[in-house]
Design a protein around this ligand. Structure first.
Ligand code: AP5
Length: 210
């Protein structure tokens, strides 16, 4: 089974949803730079203060901040740990830095068209405590206000408003889309259609990690 997996795909393609399922079923450590940055913003750390403006507008946080953060986090894990990278790398510079530290053995690309992504993100609800994600139509919590897993009050991310979502899609195309070719050239890329039933997509994801 693959142990160092990068999840690629535009905002809203299901990286968090599928990454969480992989972590629950197989015990991978899911490293989501988005979750780490949101926690830093909530706690008001130096990183959070620097990152907030970029995140609110849908821009990328500067490479040096992200690369330093991830270098430290990866170094703190025992060798051989299965890791799912969710939202990292997002630029060729980040991918090069990751490749210097570990060997990625799979880049799993979730392919979803833009209009579906906008629908997903504008109706997403997130848990601030355990980072679970829901959708008010496609993946409903039992009660619209509370997280099924930990009971916390769900919220709508500031960057899930339509204008910001469209900017995030543009930023994705300019900066992150080239990573599909980057990992393809290394023979590491598998693309999965990310539209349809979440569990059916997960079945395809499970085949890809074998
Ligand atoms: P981040 O948190 O990484 O956001 P993202 O990449 O834009 O991805 P999302 O979390 O929005 O979507 P997802 O693909 O995880 O989809 P999800 O599973 O939630 O980054 C946020 C910001 O932080 C960035 O804009 C940037 O500023 C900064 N940042 C983070 N990492 C960075 C980095 N490396 N470098 C620089 N800056 C960085 O699903 C979405 C919705 O769809 C949910 O409601 C879900 O329930 C639903 N859904 C999922 N699958 C399906 C399905 N099959 N059918 C229907 N609905 C579905």
């Amino acid at each position: 089974m693959k142990t160092k997996i990068v999840l690629l795909g535009p905002p809203g393609s299901g990286k968090g949803t599928q990454g969480e399922k992989l972590s629950e079923e197989f015990g991978y450590v899911r490293m989501s730079t988005g979750d780490m940055l949101r926690e830093a913003v909530r706690k008001g750390t130096d990183l959070g203060i620097k990152a907030k403006g970029y995140m609110d507008s849908g821009a990328l946080v500067p490479n040096d901040l992200i690369i330093n953060l991830m270098k430290e986090k990866i170094a703190s894990l025992a060798e051989g740990t299965g890791i799912i990278f969710d939202g990292f790398p997002r630029t060729v510079e980040q991918a090069d830095a990751l490749g210097e530290q570990i060997d990625v053995d799979l880049a799993l690309n979730l392919d979803v068209d833009d209009e579906e992504l906008v629908k997903r993100l504008t109706m997403r609800r997130s848990c601030p405590q355990c980072n679970a994600v829901y959708h008010l139509l496609y993946n409903k919590p039992q009660n619209e206000r509370f997280c099924d897993k930990c009971g916390s009050v769900l919220y709508q991310r500031d960057d899930d408003k339509e204008d910001t979502v469209r900017n995030r899609l543009k930023v994705y195309r300019e900066n992150t889309f080239p990573l599909i070719d980057y990992y393809d050239k290394k023979g590491k890329l598998v693309t999965i259609q990310g539209v349809g039933d979440i569990n059916e997509i997960f079945d395809k994801v499970k085949k890809a990690i074998q």
